[in-house]
Design a protein around this ligand. Structure first.
Ligand code: PLP
Length: 359
């Protein structure tokens, strides 16, 4: 069977070049005589892979020396607990509710301290990013948490809130490596890798050094950033093969010209799709124009029946995983870095055809 265009929200498509390189190196990696899957994480071959992966991430994102880059497990969902456990001093944190993931993060932080919901867009099914003003934040909060890109609802922050000297913590699971960011504006950036970096199993945390080493006493060793920072992400066995694929993805990005270039491509792809949706008589985007995600594009028709027909027929046409999240309904196209422009064009062509056939 041919490869399809896979619009899955996560785990999601990987660049074909990366898969082919991994295939070539699958059985024997370099001069090691074995697969990366079979290597000791303490071997010099694997040490070179993780070092290179970190160096590439630092280079691509412009991560300064005052940040640690950690390769963790447990998904972004474990970070929902790790963040408060490591950052609580006054046991106060501010959360902005922009979707299901933000809610889950806030709920977890609420188990260890006082969480203040400074703003929410739940009143309109999280279809926008609330306006934020410095006066809304708690001056002695330990941190402010945002979900930078809302995978389910298709919103993203196009500018960052002014939180003063309080550390800004961002869940970037579905936007990391997709656009330029100023890492210095953040205390912590974390991301489950399975959307835009690698297959599932790896979580990347970028943590400012002064935020490491003051975890609450109850913090499990594995949930303490200091454990991983002090051991180069090798306190225990890291997800070695996923880190290797992450390295290949970073090499691919660098080859394209880095984050600046992929951002241009992402803006082009998203632009094509939103332009089509804004001009279609049948399909419409669900998100406020100014808050639209470059990565996840939800859309609907005004009929449940047509939505279901679209999902079914698009699948038959090799356009996979376009069914929207159950909490939004309709459709969602996830167009991460690895989705080629041709995939987005094929989707638009299919939508045009569908619209004509179902007038
Ligand atoms: C997918 C996703 C998560 C959950 O990630 P896991 O790695 O499955 O725990 C959290 N936040 C955002 C924004 C996501 O897109």
């Amino acid at each position: 069977m041919e490869r399809v265009f896979n619009f899955s929200a996560g785990p999601s498509c990987l660049p074909l070049e990366v898969l082919e390189k991994a295939q070539k190196e699958l059985v024997v990696y370099g001069n090691s005589g074995m697969s990366v899957m079979e290597m000791s994480h303490r071997s010099s071959d694997f040490q070179a892979i993780i070092d290179e992966c970190e160096a590439l991430l630092r280079d691509l994102l412009g991560i300064g020396d005052n940040y640690k880059v950690m390769f963790l497990q447990g998904g972004a969902s474990s970070q929902f607990a790790m963040v408060p456990l490591n950052l609580y001093k006054n046991k106060k944190a501010d959360y902005v509710l922009t979707g299901v993931w933000a809610k889950k993060a806030a709920k977890e932080a609420g188990r260890y301290g006082d969480v203040k919901i400074v703003a929410s867009s739940e009143d309109r099914t999280f279809s926008y990013i609330p306006k934020l003003d410095k006066s809304m934040f708690t001056p002695d909060a330990d941190y402010v948490h945002i979900t930078h890109n809302n995978t389910i609802y298709g919103t993203r922050y196009t500018s960052l809130p002014d939180v003063g000297n309080v550390p800004l913590v961002a869940d970037m699971s579905s936007s990391i490596l997709s656009q330029e960011i100023d890492v210095n504006k953040f205390g912590i950036i974390y991301a489950g890798a399975q959307k835009n970096m690698a297959p599932a199993g790896l979580t990347v945390a970028i943590v400012r050094e002064d935020l490491i080493g003051n975890a609450l006493d109850i913090t499990p060793t594995m949930f303490n950033y200091a454990t991983h920072a002090e051991n180069g992400s090798m306190f225990n066995t890291p997800p070695t093969y996923t880190i290797y694929i992450c390295k290949l993805v970073c090499e691919w990005l660098k080859g394209l010209g880095g984050i600046k270039e992929i951002q241009k491509i992402n803006e082009y792809k998203a632009g094509l799709l939103y332009d089509f949706l804004d001009n279609s008589a049948m399909f419409k985007a669900t998100v406020a124009k100014e808050d639209r995600s470059l990565m996840n594009v939800p859309f609907v028709t005004d009929s449940e029946e047509l939505n279901a027909k679209f999902v079914k027929e698009s699948k038959e046409a090799g356009l996979m995983n376009l069914k929207g999240h159950r909490s939004v309904g309709g459709m969602r196209a996830s167009i991460y870095n690895a989705m080629p422009v041709e995939g987005v064009k094929a989707l638009i062509d299919f939508m045009k055809k569908f619209e004509t056939e179902n007038k």
